[in-house]
Design a protein around this ligand. Structure first.
Ligand code: C2E
Ligand code: MG
Ligand code: MG
Length: 651
């Protein structure tokens, strides 16, 4: 049997390979993905092998070289096709194509082995093996691919036809009495090529382009965040999965979460909130290195994929956070934001996408509680703390739902009149087992998990209800409630207090709001605004736990404060510690000079009470006067202690 002449063979090769290249190019355009470069490289290798085969015929290389190259080409096609089809159909499982590639390589090995023996058998085995493999891959595709779709079937058919044609042509070229070729190999080739070529062109002209466009559009829609244009959660998850699967080295995930975004949303409106998120995306995106990825994970949470070991990743996260400290200009208004970040690292902390995300979230949780702008790397002990916190959150949710939130009231004694004219409301949770949980165990959790507004509102209502009852017998009685920093930022606070006072027909000066300095320094401008608003309504403001934490005497001047509560830690030591004594003395004198009412907290013995009285401290609160108790007990206590003499009582 004669070979077709060399120019014809070359023409055929160029045509068929060009078609495959166009097909791959189309798919490559559809999804910009490292997998496609891989694919193109594989295709290029196959084509190079084909070309060298013909070159060897032209220049008469030793037949072994030609056979080797021919089989490299034959063996690479099924693998190539498997990869291409898997990508085109977006198969969820990568196991099949990996098997495909492995089997193709095995086929190649076999070919080389057989090359020592009969060339005929070698070719037959390689072709047969590859045909089997191709059928298996088709079966896998049809079974696991997406539901029936004409465009995809056309692509499948076209690619299959193209592959078949190449095998036949190669077989007929390489083996003189190739069984399937029968007759003039050129005719056989042309007879196959013409219909298949037209099918392929048709498939590419309409359904493929349609499919590609569809796929592109769908992919873009489903993997982009509409607001910011950044990759969304599903793209981020896919990319992490691919990275881990490819074992491309270390990877760190950094969750970036805006501090106080809800406040911006609440006070400036959702449109401003949206504009801020977009501005953040626009500011961060250009700062990224090509190998990094920024995605919007949802709400005000961004995720950054940093393909570095933990230490440099932490540095990068810090750089990105610091880029957010400069103010944003939104609708001609300057908006300041800060963010916190939590970091988890592969493979050190975890090796699955889901686990890495969970750990980064736990680290973020910790970062948030450590204050603004911090970057925290996950540590194993955080997991336990997070679990414990989750339990508290659950218990708190249940307690809110089942109305198991209660208040206890601790009387404050006026040291001038020795009468008790006010009390402080302290929140408790009644456990289902009859236990009573103290606020220190759940206030922080309520703040972090977003339950504080609900809890604060419940406390306000319960306090007003209790105060109304108490005022029936003690008309001048006042109550103070504790406000968390989060509540102070709530723009609806004044309206809620107004509504509660109206519901229980209480004058506004019967309620005092206790705030710690941390509530004031987080956003001093807003805090001053809010406090003035509350004061204008006639409410009194007390600075709680004064002397610890962020104490600054300037706060006494900057904010409209009426009452200063000296922290228990100084009061309890004032008789034994000269410095504490001097501090209490100084604070009382200072407060009086500034026209503030002074309350000493945590007074536990008579001597201390007497000393405070001598210093001119106006009020005292502590176990020596009474422990916190419920409203009914306080009512009875007030009746019994009408002369307001200090005495012990029980919770
Ligand atoms: P705080 O406002 O400084 O409340 C005083 C705390 O000291 C109360 O603890 C009270 O039981 C305790 N105490 C009073 N006298 C004495 C004493 O003589 N000796 C000792 N050792 N302790 C005394 P409690 O009820 O556990 O509250 C702790 C903190 O939880 C409060 O400190 C307050 O910051 C916060 N808190 C309580 N209720 C609420 C609430 O409704 N909302 C908010 N945001 N925070 C609250
Ligand atoms: Mg207090
Ligand atoms: Mg206090």
């Amino acid at each position: 049997m004669d070979f077709p002449d060399i120019p014809t063979l070359l023409l055929l090769t160029v045509c068929s390979n060009a078609l495959v290249a166009v097909f791959m190019g189309l798919m490559h355009r559809a999804k910009r993905d490292a997998g496609y470069f891989h694919l193109l490289a594989l295709g290029a290798a196959g084509m190079a092998a084909g070309w060298s085969l013909y070159a060897s015929r032209l220049w008469e290389w030793p037949p072994e070289v030609s056979y080797l190259l021919a089989h490299l080409l034959i063996a690479s096609y099924p693998a190539l096709l498997l990869v291409a089809l898997r990508r085109a159909l977006d198969l969820p499982d990568s196991r099949h194509w990996r098997w495909g590639v492995a089997t193709a390589l095995l086929g190649l090995g076999l070919c080389l082995w057989w090359a020592i023996g009969s060339r005929y058998w070698m070719t037959l085995c390689a072709t047969g093996g590859n045909a089997l493999l191709f059928s298996a891959s088709l079966w896998v595709l049809l079974r696991h691919g997406r539901p029936f779709d004409l465009a995809r079937w056309t692509i499948l058919a076209a690619v299959a036809a193209c592959a078949l044609m190449l095998w036949l042509r190669l077989g007929s070229v390489l083996i003189r009495d190739f069984p399937l070729a029968g007759g003039d190999p050129l005719l056989v080739s042309l007879g196959l090529i013409v219909p298949l070529l037209s099918g392929l062109i048709l498939a590419m002209a309409f359904p493929v382009s349609e499919f590609v466009r569809d796929a592109q559009r769908l992919q873009q829609q489903s993997e982009r965040d509409e607001l910011t244009g950044l990759p969304n959660r599903s793209q981020a998850q896919r990319r992490i999965g691919e990275y881990l699967e490819g074992r491309r080295g270390p990877l760190a995930l950094a969750f970036l979460d805006l501090d106080g975004f809800k406040r911006i949303n609440d006070s400036l409106g959702h449109a401003t909130g949206d504009a801020l998120l977009t501005a953040i995306a626009q500011r961060l995106q250009p700062l990224l290195q090509p190998q990094e990825l920024l995605a919007r994970f949802g709400g005000d949470e961004f995720l950054v994929l940093l393909p570095y070991p933990p230490a440099p990743a932490e540095r990068r996260a810090r750089e990105l956070l610091s880029a957010m400290t400069a103010p944003f200009e939104i609708d001609l208004r300057e908006v300041h934001v800060a963010a916190s970040a939590g970091l988890s690292a592969f493979p050190l902390d975890a090796s699955s996408e889901r686990e890495l995300l969970r750990l980064a979230d736990i680290a973020l949780y910790r970062a948030k509680s450590e204050g603004r702008g911090s970057v925290v790397r996950y540590r194993p002990d955080m997991g336990e703390a997070a679990n414990a916190e989750l339990e508290v959150e659950l218990a708190l949710r249940l307690a809110l739902e089942q109305s198991r939130i209660a208040l206890v009231l601790q009387p404050r004694l006026s040291l001038d009149s020795l009468r008790c004219e006010s009390a402080e409301a302290l929140v408790r949770i009644h456990g289902t087992d009859g236990s009573l949980q103290l606020p220190d165990t759940f206030i922080g959790v309520a703040e972090r998990c977003g339950l504080m507004p609900q809890l604060g509102d419940r406390v306000l209502r319960l306090a007003c209800e209790a105060l109304q009852q108490l005022r029936q017998r003690n008309p001048e009685f006042n109550l103070s409630i504790n406000l968390s920093p989060l509540e102070l930022r709530d723009p609806s606070l004044s309206a809620r207090i107004d509504a509660a006072l109206t519901t229980w027909a209480l004058p506004s000066d019967s309620l005092e709001l206790e705030l710690t300095e941390s509530a004031l320094i987080q956003d001093p401008v807003l805090a001053a605004e809010r406090l003035s608003e509350l004061k204008a309504r006639g409410l009194r403001i007390a600075l709680d736990d004064f002397g610890v934490g962020f104490s600054g005497l300037s706060h006494l001047l900057e904010f409209p404060i009426d009452v200063l509560k000296i922290d228990r830690s100084f009061v309890s030591r004032m008789l034994s510690d000269a410095t504490a004594s001097a501090l209490v003395e100084g604070l009382v004198a200072l407060a009086r000079r500034l026209g503030l009412r002074v309350v000493a907290e945590g007074v536990e013995d008579q001597d201390c009470l007497a000393r405070l009285r001598a210093l001119g401290c106006e009020e005292a609160q502590g176990y020596i006067i009474a422990r916190p108790m419920d409203a009914a007990a306080l009512s009875a206590w007030l009746r019994d202690a009408a002369d307001a003499r200090p005495r012990e009582s029980s919770d």
